[in-house]
Design a protein around this ligand. Structure first.
Ligand SMILES: CC(C)(COP(=O)(O)OP(=O)(O)OC[C@H]1O[C@@H](n2cnc3c(N)ncnc32)[C@H](O)[C@@H]1OP(=O)(O)O)[C@@H](O)C(=O)NCCC(=O)NCCS
Length: 181
């Protein structure tokens, strides 16, 4: 895939569940980016997608190459109690062969726009602290480091630290825009 190719992004539909599941499976089984141990089966992924489609603010977006789903991004509840409804947690996952093409940027921009349109105040990124590319990725979009929870995860024989990053949707400016100023 050429660096300057622009692949389309669009809202996910129910039939995208298998493609999304394949991306989730890769990141769950092969990496510590996603802290699940077990992959959701297709039925569970369909339910996950259907639940996201109930609330417009949680709409899932996918990037496609021809018909293939190569990335997805969405917002989810950060925590369940009602007071947290002014924030959401973002997830963006791009298949390895499609990294570095700007897909992640476009998905996250879309999620930030969606969050702002729904009146959210803050976005949260909960990141494996070792995942420097994700940290850099979020910084580029104006997220700042907001807290480090040490040794709260364990996967593949290793303790994991969780870095919380936040984006103030009312008062922040993406780093890319600051760089241009
Ligand atoms: C992080 C991720 C979503 C970025 O998506 P991407 O499509 O590869 O990224 P883009 O090409 O849009 O680049 C976006 C920015 O991310 C940063 N970035 C991406 N990959 C990077 C890397 N390997 N090292 C450092 N920074 C990196 C850069 O700052 C880049 O900014 P630029 O456009 O100014 O160069 C993608 O690499 C991924 O899926 N990673 C694994 C899963 C994950 O960690 N997801 C985040 C958890 S929510």
């Amino acid at each position: 895939m050429a660096k300057n190719s622009i692949l389309p992004i669009r809202p996910a539909v129910a039939d995208d569940a298998a493609g999304i599941q394949a991306i989730m499976a890769y990141y769950i089984l092969e990496t510590n980016c996603n802290w699940r141990y077990k992959v959701m089966d297709q039925n569970e992924t369909r339910q996950w997608l259907a639940q996201h489609m109930v609330r417009d603010v949680h709409k899932v977006w996918v990037a496609t190459d021809q018909e293939k789903i190569v990335a997805y991004g969405c917002l989810s509840d950060f925590r369940a109690p009602e007071a947290y409804q002014v924030c959401a947690e973002d997830s963006v996952y791009v298949l390895p062969d499609y990294k570095g093409l700007g897909i992640g940027n476009r998905l996250l921009e879309q999620l930030i726009k969606q969050a702002a349109e729904h009146g959210l105040k803050t976005l949260v990124a909960a990141i494996n602290a070792d995942n420097t590319s994700s940290v850099r990725f979020h910084e580029r979009h104006g997220f700042v480091k907001s807290g480090l929870l040490r040794r709260v995860g364990f996967k593949y024989g290793q303790c994991l630290d969780l870095l919380l990053m936040t984006l103030d949707l009312q008062n922040s400016q993406p780093q890319a825009e600051r760089d241009d100023a």
